[in-house]
Design a protein around this ligand. Sequence first.
Ligand code: ADP
Ligand code: MG
Length: 277
Amino acid sequence: MNKDIDALIELRNVCVDFRVRSSLFSPVVLRALDHVSLAVHRGRTLGVVGESGSGKSTAAKVLIGLLAPSSGQIFFAGEEVRNFDARTRKRIGRVVSVVFQDPATALNARMLVRDALIDPLQVHGIGDEQSRIRRVSDLISMVGLPKSVLDAIPAQLSGGQRQRVAIARALALEPQVIVADEPTSALDVSVRAQILNLLQDLKRELDLGMVFISHDIQTVRHISDDIAVMHRGKIVEFGPGAQVLGSPSQDYTRTLLAAAPSLLHAGPTDTPSSPSS
Ligand code: ADP
Ligand code: MG
């Protein structure tokens, strides 16, 4: 396989093995990622869909440099990363940011939103105090929140607002890629579409590469340019969204589609009916 020179992040034949112990004397290796190859490109959203336990979050952790592959290669901005020391992680942190399902994991409960947004700028030594304050106020507008939110702590915000703050924090270092792992799964149905639209707008405006991970094929379909279907640690199907969902080549993809009944009656390029924001 040739190197994808345009890729912001590329995984090539990546395996991740976890040692799990089924009984005291028989350690068992669980292969959470099985020869996964994928590439993230500027201005495109790669949807990753699969049932719980299929390896999606493990893939996310590898993509953000949090977890080293057991074998295979990973490239950030064209450079292969082999050892994940603190310096390398910091460099990777400038390329890619993550948004998790639960914004509470990204936000310190006792920290003002303002401080949560300034923190990454300070850690990376970006700008002076004045430019940081400007940046924080830009970030909060970018995610559609009023400036007053800067003086709140997470507990004073709604779930949707908290996720917006987590997204603002993820954007603080001007990453080229956002990895969003089930970013709407913990939210009320009524705000899911708003967060999806926000991510889509930001991707467009900032020309980001995005990886959007969900167990829900409807959600993935709404936002993705390309879709990778995962099953037991493998990518079993990959292609443009319309193709993967319109004429799936794999039984597993058909099973996923069958579990999302409304999809059977709608074309793959339709937008799902969602509550107006
Ligand atoms: P998904 O996000 O698709 O639900 P995960 O990537 O979280 O799936 O998990 C994939 C598989 O790897 C599951 O079987 C899970 O139990 C296992 N797994 C994930 N993380 C660990 C870990 N740190 N130690 C052992 N097994 C793990
Ligand atoms: Mg997961």
